[in-house]
Design a protein around this ligand. Structure first.
Ligand SMILES: *Cc1c(COP(=O)(O)O)cnc(C)c1O
Length: 362
């Protein structure tokens, strides 16, 4: 039987092969990949109509990465470089998605993985992934910031590789998201909307946009619009938050590692970092699912909630292109989805009652 014809665009190569020339890899680097990246940039016309008809809105659906979040872009680099250096074990602190990704890529590489999670604050899907991939999963009685402090101390003292976004290879891999957006649109968007937690991703996107710009691949730069959850918004308020709180668990972080770089992305691009409330996040989360058919996790919806808030404030005076990063898949947090979605309808197996409930009359 003949092989199916494929075009390069139909094949996922993984971000290291796709953007090899832009990444710190050599022929000696073992490529540990699950063929991450090449995620769709989905037009969102219904959302644009609801938010501000002047805007062209696109959703970068990072939930379609192999483990369901953008963390895979950075993890393929971090684990490949760790293996190149001969590491036998990696560790991270995580609100869930870094752990899921580290666990999967470590399994693939055949190395040990340990993850520290804030107890009771990680969505069920993410915990299940880390466990299934065979990581040592440790839940600590503390928050993400406590977990990150502990893994920094451990990796300072012992030969175990840190794969949080403090690891520069994570940022290198994650910048590929910006390349993909420019490759699809031909130029960067006017505005780049993104949730901000530990602030690695806003840092990575800004780096990617700048590299394309400096190499002459693109002719301009976007304005970076970062959004923190109101209850865990250290950058917005200008001081660490001791007890960050939000339903968007992936961005429940009180002392972000890439704080200064996120401020630089904001200031150098002429953008801003604002806050969105949990209610605004959940409204955007529901709108995305019901208006566009795109299911993301709550933290991801902060980018759309932020765009909505910013548009309502009258910020956009002219037509503009906006890309919202949807950082993780909705199935990561089924508990939240079931809590906010319309309720299940329980009925006996009775055709009359079913028709009546559906509003179909005989
Ligand atoms: C990690 C994560 C974020 C936050 O990204 P940072 O790089 O920490 O700012 C947002 N959303 C999801 C789903 C994540 O997993």
């Amino acid at each position: 039987m003949e092989a199916l014809a494929t075009t390069p665009a139909m094949r996922r190569a993984g971000i290291i092969e796709q953007y090899r020339d832009w990444l710190p890899v050599t022929d000696a680097t073992p490529v540990i990949t699950l063929l991450e990246g090449s995620t769709p940039l989905i037009p969102a016309p219904a959302l644009a109509r609801a938010i501000d008809p002047k805007l062209k809105v696109y959703l970068k659906y990072e939930g379609l990465n192999p483990t369901g979040s953008f963390k895979d872009r950075g993890m393929t680099m971090a684990i490949s470089k760790a293996c190149e250096a001969g590491a036998k074990a990696v560790i991270c602190a995580s609100t869930g998605n870094t752990a899921a990704s580290a666990a999967a890529y470590s399994a693939r590489a055949g190395i040990q993985c340990a993850v520290l999670l804030p107890k009771g604050e990680v969505a069920l899907g993410k915990v299940s992934q880390s466990l299934m991939h065979g990581a040592k999963v440790i839940a600590i009685d503390g928050n993400f910031d406590d977990a990150l402090r502990l893994v920094r101390e451990i990796t300072d003292e012992y030969p175990i590789e840190l794969v949080n976004s403090l690891n520069p290879y994570r940022i290198e891999g994650q910048k590929s998201g910006a390349f993909e957006i420019c490759d699809v649109l031909g130029e960067p968007p006017d505005f780049h909307c993104i949730p901000v937690g530990n602030a690695g991703n806003i840092t990575a996107y800004w780096k990617g946009y700048n590299e394309y710009f400096q190499a002459g691949v693109t002719q301009r730069l976007p304005k970076m619009l970062g959004y923190q959850a109101a209850g865990s918004a250290p950058i917005y308020y200008g001081h660490p938050i001791a007890e960050p709180d939000t339903i968007a668990t992936a961005i429940r972080i009180g002392n972000p590692a890439s704080w200064k770089k996120a401020e630089a992305a904001r200031d150098d691009s002429g953008g801003m970092i604002d806050i969105v409330t949990d209610d605004e996040i959940l409204e955007a989360y529901t709108m995305l699912a019901s208006l566009e058919g795109v299911f993301c996790e709550p933290a991801s919806a902060a980018s759309v909630a932020g765009l909505y808030k910013t548009a309502k404030s009258g910020y956009f005076t002219e037509p503009a292109t906006c890309v919202c990063i949807l950082t993780g898949h909705g199935l990561k947090d089924p508990t939240r989805a079931v809590a906010v979605a319309p309720q299940l309808i329980d009925l006996p197996p009775d055709k009359g009652r079913i028709l009546e409930t559906l509003g179909i009359s005989a």
